[in-house]
Write a protein that binds this ligand. Sequence first.
Ligand code: AHR
Length: 498
Amino acid sequence: MKLHMNKGRSIGKRDIMLYGHFIEHFHRQIYGGVYDPGNKLSDEDGLRTDVIDAMRKIKVPILRWPGGCFVSSYHWKDAVGEKRTPMFDKAWRVEDPNTFGTDEYVKMCEKIGCEPYICTNAGTGTAEEMSDWVEYCNLEYEGKYAKWRIENGYEKPHNVKYWSIGNENYGYWEIGAKCAEEWGRLVKESAKMIKHVDPTTELTAAALTDIHWNIELLENSGEFLDWISIHEYWDGINQTNDYADYEQTMAYTYRIGHSIDEVRGLLTAMKLEKKIKIAFDEWNLRGWYHPNVHTIKQGVTKEEYLYPRDKNDDNTKYTMADAVFTACFLNELNRNCDIVGMANYAPIVNTRGCIFTHKDGIVLRSTYHVFDMYVNLLGDIVHDSWNECQVVKEMKAKSGEMKPVEMVDAIVTSFSDKAGYAVAAVNKESDSELPITLDFEGEGNVVISYISGDSTEAYNDIDHEGVMIIKEELGEFHQGMEIMLKPHSVNIIQVGVR
Ligand code: AHR
């Protein structure tokens, strides 16, 4: 493939929040994940220092919490202060001890160095309960909730800027689901109350690629919203756990940004594209495995609905398919950085996350290295680029359909604070190298960093490292330079970066 780039024309400066993450009170993400009091690797606040360090290395800019479906029956007041009231989490059907609440979360964000982003309960919760939460977090001292925070030892406001009104309240699986009309009204009243507490907050609400739902939402509360949230899990296996194989996964990269295109179209049609940005605040190739809960008929025995969740911990399943797909979507987010200002990989720890914890340490899965390379090696200015001689292959999707998939996915970036270019290039081929020709002006040393593993099934585990970042010097750059991309690989090619 020949890659061209327009030096003078950039799509925009991508927001670092495109590399955001999400963590939910589900399985071992919080308890036994990042929060593990008493573990030798945990600090005085019960937070795993090895996990926090790994998050800092990939510069987590924003972390959405506490859910997901979990939040739609969650009452924040049960998890602050001395007296913590254990709750039965109606979404995931387990008890939550509520020992990890708002204050522990904000402290964790401070240690990571990221923005907190709280998702509120629009299922069993009320607009008042949401705005009370904002009072607790953001008011100096006014009112009973700010005073409660101070009483609990937090003199300074937590200053939580980003708030989501609800989660997937359009879904039958969500506790307290709403119809479009109800949703539009609730979001409006909730946004009004939150902005009356703190007008500097930035608000989003759950949206869909469904015209009717979004029009109701935006006509009712577009003037109050700063963002609109969409979610996507391409390999929807939360009931079956039957993973798409490498080819099927590559078929998912066909029109990988379809939902962004559809929501962009609607925002433009409603003349809101300059006011409201997209927050792609839950995404992962793989749906989480939790059988017999997102179903009408609920599992009865724990064997039916609880213990199977442990299968999410099988590290051998997080391969180069996950890494290559993740890189393709990060490319798509960068290509749409003019309208997508935030994205949250779901989740960051355990389940399908990029960091796996065990009692003696962590495993950095293949996807972790993708974030490491994109955050630390790629530029923040996304250039308008196009390609020629693209290799297109028919790939068989899980549905059995054939998809015409472009085998090389590449973007070109430069830096707002230094010289040089950085190209992100993904070779989706399962067993052959592919050339990329960099047909643009540039100068200086060329360095390539890549992950590929020795097969599409390469993975990392406690005593097994099949995927790691390899760095190679390729010498002096010249226009038309051809670089061979390894099969099933994710590459960052830096040209004269200094
Ligand atoms: O499978 C995890 C769930 O996926 C999240 O809780 C929810 O927001 C999404 O449907």
